[in-house]
Design a binder for this molecule. Structure first.
Ligand SMILES: Nc1ncnc2c1ncn2[C@@H]1O[C@H](COP(=O)(O)OP(=O)(O)OP(=O)(O)O)[C@@H](O)[C@H]1O
Ligand SMILES: [Mg+2]
Length: 731
């Protein structure tokens, strides 16, 4: 190896096992280590090391990260270490890597390269269309429920055909039908959903050996961060790419596996050594992130899980302060207290960007959001209303999409009458029906005289398509995306319509469009060889919200614990530490507590210096009305000596011990709070219901003893509930 100061520097900041992992040459490698032990750092350094020593060329590197933000950070760090050559590497999320492959080869699967990527809202719209087509009641079979079922199937690589062979219940039969129809419709619209990115790439690699060979040869070095959260389809994709080279290095922590609800399969990490008996296994045990107290608390908590791989994390960052535990009267006092604490810290000179507040579900952010706003503390909510999901931003994107994908009926429907041009729903349906029956693209149908539209609508549509045709001519010259977007917003009358509204809301929308223009200009500037519209659109559609994170602006960060994965903050607050909230009621009922505990472990281990856990004695329920709560069992699992709490009984409501299930707790607390029970309600099969914690569902059966069987939109299976005590009501 050449003597090289850069290499020395690279290895300098690593401990011996980290160095071992970084310098490992060919062959499979598993890095299994606890939180904050430098796993991600090892990947970054390994890439730089492989490049710098000449073992790898940038184009031979495929590094998979969990978020776009993590990818950007990794690229940045590698670029610092080895310079601009790093730009040819593929450092990205599974979805982005697959989208890139599909852009190049979509035609082999019957799509064009300009295919659209559908987000969840698009998916649900299309699924609703499929349900309507078959005459199913979409209140009873909600698009949301179907969408989550279909997504689960895709993530397990179960095709519509395979699923159709195994269905038992009538509901499953409907899922099978819609799964099939939905796939056919996507193909017809030249669109793929998020899950298809992976499923279709796997199909591409499986069916086209030449394509597989090419990529397998190209990516001689494959690395995967957060491997514990990969699912079956991702596993398969990696297998296809690395079967020959076997240069697959994965890093992960079984204690941080938190995505089984998205079909992530922890076995992928546990069985790596079985898949690769010769794998080089590295364990990292020194934590460089947290104080000993924080680590001990996290270790004590996770020790309550069975079958955890033993790890001995230690740190030399010192003992640090005890974990603070605070009891609050309700969520308002909790938010007020956290806000005051943040203000105090900021007064003491802590930067806001060093502070994060985590919670279990997004809805918990609202109260704190209001309180911080009132106090004038700058903050950002990760996973709040998403920029790319705002109506005006989606409209603008749909315009651009329709310019390059003339088959995209969803984009067309979205923009044809936005701003209003006198093209009504009936006219739109006629155009779509004409396209479907004649096989022409939606674009062609919109230009056709044979769709049977009324004269006024036909004229309006004609004018619309004229301006679209002009814009398309411009788009074909591949101008900078920002220029094209600007032209779209002006020529289609979109901006004028907003200006004409003269409302504050419209002003906000204009500002959002300006930010989109800024994003487009930034894209134009960064794109290596001029960039292209389809690549820009691909980027925006893969834009996950955690990517909005800006750490240089001095903002407090609010996010769910799921979103916090892989990140670190000097000061962390975890709020809503109550049974039913965290652990979430759903997991208590399903006794999937271990995954919740891992999620708590993820939360605790984000903290570097100071960790504060709060819970409220009463909390507002879904349907309004406060109920008494029980403090989270996770708090009881933390050794007293690590917290600043004297042993003290502070149960939420009188006489309550540990309860067996949340239904009981809810019943007890409803009584205590004088809340409603359900005895006035009679349920029937097919009723739409809403559950305080589980959300929307449909009654699928009734059983003796007052049991209702409900299938919830977010889940794939039936659940039996006591009609008179469960917090459900008819919609
Ligand atoms: N050898 C080292 N010397 C100094 N700092 C280190 C070393 N290794 C890691 N760190 C620092 O420790 C922190 C945690 O590292 P990193 O994020 O890579 O851990 P991780 O194992 O990926 O954590 P997680 O499990 O949360 O994803 C980072 O700030 C990193 O820069
Ligand atoms: Mg990491």
């Amino acid at each position: 190896m050449p003597a090289d100061a850069v290499i020395d520097d690279l290895l300098e900041g690593l401990n011996p096992p980290q160095r071992d992992a970084v310098t490992h040459g060919e062959g499979p490698m598993l890095i299994l280590a606890g939180a904050g032990s430098g796993k991600t750092r090892v990947i970054t350094h390994r890439i730089a090391y492989l490049l710098r020593t000449g073992q790898a060329r940038p184009s031979e590197i495929l590094a998979i990260t969990f978020t776009n933000k993590a990818a950007a950070e990794m690229r940045e760090r590698v670029e610092l270490l080895v310079g601009r050559v790093s730009r040819a590497m593929w450092v990205m999320t599974f979805h982005a890597a697959c989208a890139r492959m599909l852009r190049a080869h979509a035609d082999k699967l019957g799509f064009t390269r300009q295919f659209t990527i559908y987000d969840t809202a698009d998916q649900r719209r299309l699924i609703k269309h499929c349900l309507d087509n078959r005459g199913y009641d979409t209140k009873r079979y909600t698009p949301r429920a179907l969408q989550s079922q279909i997504s689960n199937l895709k993530n397990q690589l179960i095709s519509p055909f395979e699923y159709g062979e195994t269905v038992g219940s009538p509901f499953e039969e409907i899922v099978a039908e819609i799964y099939h129809d939905y796939g056919r419709e996507l193909l017809r619209m030249n669109a793929m959903d998020f899950d298809d990115m992976l499923v279709n790439s796997v199909e591409l690699l499986q069916k086209h050996q030449d394509v597989r060979d090419n990529y397998a040869r190209q990516f001689r070095w494959v690395m995967v961060d957060e491997y514990q959260d990969t699912n079956k389809v991702q596993y398969r994709w990696l297998q296809l790419l690395t079967a020959e080279s076997r240069n697959l290095a994965v890093v992960g922590d079984d204690a941080q596996s938190i995505y089984s609800f998205r079909s992530a399969d922890i076995r992928n990490i546990l069985e790596f050594e079985e898949d690769y008996p010769d794998a080089h296994v590295v364990k990292l045990e020194q934590n460089y992130r947290s104080t000993q107290t924080i680590l001990d608390a996290a270790n004590a908590l996770i020790a309550h899980n069975r079958g955890q791989m033993p790890k001995h994390l230690w740190t030399d960052l010192g003992e640090g302060d005890p974990v603070r535990v605070r009891e609050m009267a309700d969520e308002h006092s909790e938010a007020r207290w956290v806000t005051a604490e943040i203000q105090r810290l900021v007064d003491e000179g802590v930067s806001k960007s060093e502070i994060a507040v985590f919670y279990r579900t997004n809805a918990q952010a609202r109260v704190l959001d209001e309180m911080l706003t009132r106090a004038g503390v700058g903050f950002q909510v990760i996973g709040g209303p998403k920029f790319y999901e705002r109506a005006e931003v989606k409209d603008a994107i749909a315009y651009l999409t329709f310019l390059i994908n003339p088959q995209d009926a969803t984009a067309f429907t979205r923009i044809a009458n936005s701003p209003r041009r006198g093209i009504g729903q009936t006219s739109l349906s006629r155009v779509l029906a004409y396209a479907a029956s004649t096989g022409v693209t939606v674009w062609e149908a919109a230009e056709s005289d044979e769709t049977g539209l009324a004269k006024a609508a036909r004229n309006a549509l004609g004018r619309f398509m004229e301006s679209m045709t002009e814009l398309k001519a411009r788009a074909d010259e591949n101008p900078p995306v920002a220029q094209l977007l600007d032209a779209v917003l002006h020529q289609t009358g979109y901006l004028d319509a907003l200006h004409a509204e003269r409302t504050i809301e419209a002003q906000g929308r204009i500002e959002n469009l300006e930010s989109l223009l800024t994003a487009a200009s930034q894209y134009d500037m960064n794109a290596e060889d001029g960039g292209s519209l389809d690549e820009f659109l691909q980027q925006t559609s893969l834009f996950a919200d955690s990517d909005n994170l800006r750490d240089d602006e001095g903002l407090v960060t609010l996010m769910t614990m799921h979103n916090a994965k892989g990140l670190e903050f000097p000061i962390v607050f975890m709020i809503g530490m109550e049974d039913g909230t965290f652990p979430h009621s759903r997991s208590i009922e399903e006794s999937n507590l271990e995954e919740e505990r891992r999620l708590a472990y993820v939360g605790l281990t984000r903290a570097m210096r100071q960790l504060t856990l709060t819970y409220a004695r009463r909390r507002m329920g879904y349907g309004g009305g406060a109920s008494a709560t029980i403090k989270s069992r996770f708090l009881d699992e933390l050794p007293r000596e690590l917290t600043d709490q004297p042993a003290r009984i502070s149960r939420g409501f009188p006489g309550a011990g540990q309860v067996a299930s949340w239904s009981q707790a809810a019943a007890a607390s409803a009584e205590y709070a004088g809340g409603d029970t359900n005895d006035a309600q009679l349920f029937r099969v097919g009723d739409d219901v809403v559950h305080a914690q589980l959300g929307d569902g449909v009654v699928t059966g009734l059983q003796p003893g007052g049991i209702v069987v409900v299938r919830f939109a977010g889940e794939g299976r039936d659940r039996s509930l006591m009609a008179d005590v469960a917090p459900i009501r008819k919609r």
